[in-house]
Design a protein around this ligand. Structure first.
Ligand code: GSH
Length: 198
């Protein structure tokens, strides 16, 4: 398998994290393209949005969207609950991650850490305000449960960990959330865990 990625991306890290948990071999291919046109040359037939992560299977089929890739790799493993309702709850948190969490936490991190152009303080404050709402929702859940969606580590934990663990780089104060901090440590202790920078 080939994983097209940007190594600093939390979305790409999610996929690498699951591949590591599963002990699967793959080749990493860093996306160096800058413009949309250049990305089209690399990913045009592979990813509808021309974004990474994009996984190309050994038979040539390609899959984009981090959470779709997690689902493909994770189905039938212990990272997907057997119970139908729990599976739907896992999906609930994965949709939450893409709609309520990543657009704020990942974007604030990108602006502050990687974009390299001046940040509009009002736009940043708006992203952070919404990002804090997502962190608060996670904290409320984690006050009652060890993982997402309940007591066992699942794909939803991987999805949420991708950017939550790096949220400080987006200017977020994680010390406000003791249950979330404990969860970050639990995730780090899962067998096969690798850091983003690995
Ligand atoms: N919803 C997508 C978002 C993917 C995404 O935003 N990827 C970014 C990197 S994190 C990307 O490819 N940006 C274009 C670029 O880096 O040139 C997913 O979950 O995979």
């Amino acid at each position: 398998m080939i994983l097209h990625e940007r190594s600093v991306s939390g979305n790409c890290y999610k996929v690498r994290l699951l591949l590591s948990h599963l002990g699967l071999r793959y080749e990493r291919r860093e996306l160096t393209a800058a413009s949309r046109q250049e990305r089209s040359a690399v990913l045009g037939d592979l990813s509808p949005s021309l974004r990474v992560p994009t996984l190309v299977l050994d038979d040539g089929r390609a899959l984009a969207e981090s959470n779709a890739i997690l689902w493909y790799l994770g189905e039938g493993t212990k990272y997907v609950p057997a119970d139908r309702f729990a599976r739907a709850q896992m999906l609930q948190w994965q949709f939450f991650e893409q709609y309520d969490h990543e657009p704020y936490i990942a974007v604030a991190r990108h602006w502050l850490r990687y974009r390299g152009t001046p940040v509009d303080p009002a736009a940043l404050a708006e992203r952070q305000e919404k990002g804090y709402l997502a962190l608060e929702a996670m904290e409320r859940h984690l006050e009652k449960h060890r993982y997402f969606p309940r007591e066992h580590y699942s794909l939803a934990d991987i999805s949420l960990y991708g950017y939550t663990h790096a949220a400080r780089e987006g200017g977020f104060d994680l010390d406000r959330y003791p249950a979330l901090l404990a969860w970050l440590e639990r995730v780090k202790g899962e067998p096969g865990h690798v850091p983003l920078s690995a």
